[in-house]
Design a protein around this ligand. Structure first.
Ligand SMILES: NC(=O)c1ccc[n+]([C@@H]2O[C@H](COP(=O)([O-])OP(=O)(O)OC[C@H]3O[C@@H](n4cnc5c(N)ncnc54)[C@H](OP(=O)(O)O)[C@@H]3O)[C@@H](O)[C@H]2O)c1
Length: 262
């Protein structure tokens, strides 16, 4: 089979869906992974219709630790050229940790971390052998700060940032690049799904604008990508100030934004 392929998790909505359209428009065939089969099928059809690429869907629940086993064992034997992996699937948990559902927190680790690690480990050997490839990990500005009332979510994003930086260094000279994309508020279903109340629902970037930046910077091989001036200012301050001060600052900002727990 000829042509480059991009694997994108969380491609049924929001940033992942917009990234699917970006990679398809760039000539990549796409493998789209998420739970919602109907939504995935619509994205796949649209990728093929708009850009004439092949699009495959894998409808699976990444919170199940075995969800990717079949797909990953197939990856090692098929002859496709997997050039890009986008670890984007994620969701939020909002509330004081002492009251949150522990099983839901563990599912979050599976979706955001275990699935990303498994897929990355599966695609890297052939990327390295071919001396080309890109891994794009979708993290957050919260990668740089502790976030009261979203503690596990933000810790996952900090993990992704640290992992991406270490991996990027390990891969120097191999032709494989790692990009970690750290958006701030983006207009997707993320906030309503996590029941994060907010005064202004229209604030932040559109998913399309965020995906455009992520796509271009990934192909340029940039390592850390923070889109938007305000997000970059936040990251600058978060890196400058002590963690305890940043936690208090984030709690204050989120209270001003009308988030229910803060
Ligand atoms: N929106 C923001 O403000 C913002 C800011 C910073 C970072 N991010 C990050 O951006 C990424 C994309 O989020 P989004 O904003 O685009 O939100 P979204 O519209 O809710 O999209 C989340 C995607 O993840 C998939 N997903 C969630 N749970 C899953 C599971 N158990 N198994 C498989 N797929 C699952 C969803 O698909 P199904 O429901 O079909 O499974 C969906 O495709 C996330 O990693 C998020 O943390 C978002």
């Amino acid at each position: 089979m000829n042509g480059k392929w991009a694997i994108i998790t969380g491609a049924s909505s929001g940033i992942g869906k917009a990234l699917a359209f970006e990679f398809a428009a760039g000539g990549f065939n796409v493998v789209l992974i998420a739970r919602n089969k109907t939504a995935l099928a619509e994205v796949a059809t649209e990728c093929s219709r708009r850009s004439g690429v092949e699009a495959e869907i894998v409808a699976t629940d990444l919170s199940d630790p075995n969800a990717l086993d079949g797909f990953i064992s197939r990856l090692s034997s098929d002859s496709r050229r997997y050039e890009v992996l986008v670890n984007n699937a994620g969701f939020g948990i909002h509330g004081d940790f002492a009251s949150t559902d522990i099983e839901q927190n563990l599912r979050l680790l599976n979706v955001q971390l275990a699935a990303a690690l498994k897929l990355t480990r599966a695609v890297l050997p052939t990327m390295i052998a071919r001396r080309s490839g890109h891994v794009l990990n979708v993290a957050s500005v919260y990668s740089f700060s502790p976030v009261p009332f979203q503690s596990v979510y933000a810790a996952c994003k900090a993990f992704l940032l640290s992992f991406s930086s270490a991996l990027g260094n390990e891969l120097k000279g191999t032709g494989v690049r790692v990009t970690v994309f750290c958006p701030g508020t983006t207009q997707t279903e993320f906030r309503s799904r996590a029941r994060i109340g907010q005064k202004r629902t229209s604030s932040g970037m559109t998913a399309e604008a965020a995906a455009r930046v992520a796509y271009l910077e990934t192909l340029r091989g940039k390592h850390i990508v923070v889109p938007g001036l305000i997000n970059r200012l936040f990251v600058f301050l978060a890196q400058l100030l002590p963690d305890s001060t940043v936690a208090g600052l984030v709690r204050f900002i989120n209270r001003q934004r009308g988030q229910s727990h803060s």
